[in-house]
Design a protein around this ligand. Sequence first.
Ligand code: FES
Ligand SMILES: [Fe+2]
Length: 372
Amino acid sequence: MEQLLPSAAARTMTTAKNTAQSSEIAGDRAPRDIRKTALDPDFWYPVAKSKDLKSGKALGVRFGGEPIVLVRPKTGNPFALEDRCAHRQIPLHVGQVSGDSIKCGYHGWSFGRDGRCTSVPYLDLCTMKPNCVRSYPCREAYGLVFVFPGDAAKAETIAFPEVPRASDPNYKTRYLDGRIDCHWSFMHENLMDMNHQFLHRRIMGGVKTIFLGVRHGKDWIEADYSFRRASGKQPLGEKFILGKRPAADPGDRDLMTVRTEYPYQTLRFWTAGSEHPVLDLWNVYIPQDKKQHSNHTYSLIMIRRPAIPGLINLLWPVIVWFTKDIFAEDRWICELEQAAFDAQGEDRNQEIFPAIRELRRVLVDNGRPIEP
Ligand code: FES
Ligand SMILES: [Fe+2]
């Protein structure tokens, strides 16, 4: 491992939320197969972008195989219900939003915010007492709609994720999301393991990764890296996000810190000598099916605006193109990993990188077994 240079070392110490150090890395002692581990539902998870949930409309989404309907009444906050009518199990999202309720598209039963049936158009509710549908705690923030898919009684006691730079005027946020056909743990591993720059060689050229260290606790882990260009030119997209990077080691290093704080993941990048990160990424991977072999990735890429007003808007199309291409390569490789797991029926990875071995421990220990 190369030595931390003074400025990078100081920044690491002041920016790390938790500074517990560990030189001892856990071995392969996972009590269960990481790819057969479910994400703990007792957290707040985004399930849609706000702009995709139109006023007076409903949207069908999923969490770990559970169908959820998001409803945005014409007035008031959105709400979330089980996406199955209590009558004949028709998805409610194909129905109609009416006032503060959603009306099933088949016989027109209405369900309110709390999931209670408020009207059966052709019978007296008082005598029939139809069943409710489940309701989920729902909140909207950072341009995303969040639900709490686990035990609703815990929703108020579990911290809502904090993404302060999403509304910081010094940053512009690029929203990147999409379905990826792999278990969510592959995504955490992909971002945490910066040794995969070889995958991005066609876009990035030759980049040497310098691993600086790792810290971890019960439900978190973070790793520090720096980089050096070994060959080729810096791509334009990276230059617009991070600024012009020197070709050779300048003597003071940039610093990247990747952190999984279960169940969320962040990546921050400071250029040498800078006080604020030029890049702040917040990611979360939402399992779609019951086996959790597919996920919907939500990524907020918060980029610090250059000093010249409006310049970032000019650079934006290149930034969008660059991040889309990197994301496409990561998606491709993670889906290949899932295909190998599917063919072999178990996780046979030989993981030797300490940060990833410890990350796997965090993801397994804080997860749950997938129900058969
Ligand atoms: S199936 Fe929903 S009202 Fe009949
Ligand atoms: Fe990547």
